[in-house]
Design a protein around this ligand. Sequence first.
Ligand code: SF4
Length: 428
Amino acid sequence: MNCHPTVAFHTLGCKLNYTETGAIAKEFEKAGYNKVSFDGSADVYVINTCSVTENADKECKTMINRAMKKNPDAFIAVIGCYAQLKPEKIAGFDGVDMVVGASSKFSFIQEIKLKKNDKAVIMSCDIESVEKFIAAHSDETRTRAFLKIQDGCDYNCSYCTIPLARGKSRSNSISNILKEIDELALRGVKEVVLTGVNIGDFYYYENEKKISFTDLLHELEKSDGIERFRISSIEPNLVSDEIIRFVAQSKKFMPHFHIPLQSGSDRILNRMRRRYRSGLYASKVEKIKSLIPYAAIGGDVITGFAGETEEDFQQTYNFIEKLGMSYLHVFTYSERDHTHALLLDGVVPYRVRKERTAKLRALSEKLNRQFREKNQGRKLKVLFENSNHNGLMEGYSENYIRISAPYDENKVNSIIEIEYEPEMAELS
Ligand code: SF4
């Protein structure tokens, strides 16, 4: 008989959330829990929520119901960004035993009981008081790991709830990051993706000296054990020429930049309270292209933001098309409580927002196809992952092209050089 309690996790939202779920799962394992699938019966279910997801409410309720169906007596904890923003609301959902805000996200395990509460307990906090950095890295695969180096954000983009859910910007120290890197290398991880909310804003003081993101990059370049690093999303105003030059000559940092654009219209960027205008964005992309011609350059775009006219949208479309980016992540704007954007006029009808999203997604496909064609015949180095999809395995090239090849156990978790043909790829 297995006397260890079981715990199951479900994560909504971004890579940072997945990374943190990994760290929380480790705490449960240390406390003697066995981790099981969310699709099976567990004693405890943990749902890590997101405040950016369009249907945060609905998704959260769906997962609670799914857990209740599997085990009506299970203890259900709802944690994460949405739990920080709407604790009372979530506490009112049927089946919830605990709602955990930002400050207790990594310590609530001590409060869990292996029976249902009569009433949901709320462990919330004033987000202004959250200052501690808690380290985390993902633990699902051997091949690639996401490593949290920074949390929170001091920016105030008018549509965004993340600063309200995650608090002020704070960073891990380089010495701690190097320790985590060693741990991941020992596990056999080959590629580490640096993750955070606003990673370009990584900084802290050591003996009164400011340690910056570029200092971290230089230290990682010198480190042993991990063969590849990737910078995840970085704000345009923080992609310095120094960073671009560094990646251009680096042996370890992959030629891949993900730079949120959000809009190609300066009028809309102003309303969004973004800290750059389209000219600066274009200059960064041009600089990358001139120094690293085959770099992948992706970005996020929001369609239908308050006040976005047809002309603003067309400007965005033309801007992206002309820049020739490699791919886009397109999000349809949806209003969020407690944001400044709610006060703005010019609400765009939902149907129009969706049409604009569809147009930009089609543009993204076209740009991605062109990017893959540009790489035709080139030698690319692919890190193959350990999953067998109908006899095929997949991996990413240095410049983020998703490539498939016949499954070969000996090539799993290895970096293999191939001559690239676009039919080997899927949309990344
Ligand atoms: S930079 Fe802007 S969009 Fe990104 S987390 Fe900070 S406030 Fe939100």
